[in-house]
Design a binder for this molecule. Sequence first.
Ligand SMILES: [Zn+2]
Length: 117
Amino acid sequence: MRSVFSYIIHLWRPFVETLLPRYKTAEVEEMLPAKLKPRTLYIVSEDGFEEQAAMLCPCGCGCTLHMNLLADERPCWHVNRHKDGSASLHPSVWRKKDCRSHFWFRRGRVKWCHDLR
Ligand SMILES: [Zn+2]
């Protein structure tokens, strides 16, 4: 059962997100660093092909989210880069287990989906 406290945090997340800096985009070759920095979207390339995007889960649970970028594997995400250096992911990111975070990543910002849990 979710506590009242965590429910209030849940309601405030969209507001808190607007106060925080945008996510940085970090391009890395082949390997993710052992420890990911917060508010950073990593894009891992190998031989010039973007393989996966990764980030720490924005809910704060500490787990690393991996998004496949290879078109011949499913599920597959697209990364769009913007002139201001930020990035967007398509489609939304939805963890089906554990914290069940569901959000859109748009221009370096997390837009939470208000699905009922
Ligand atoms: Zn999480």
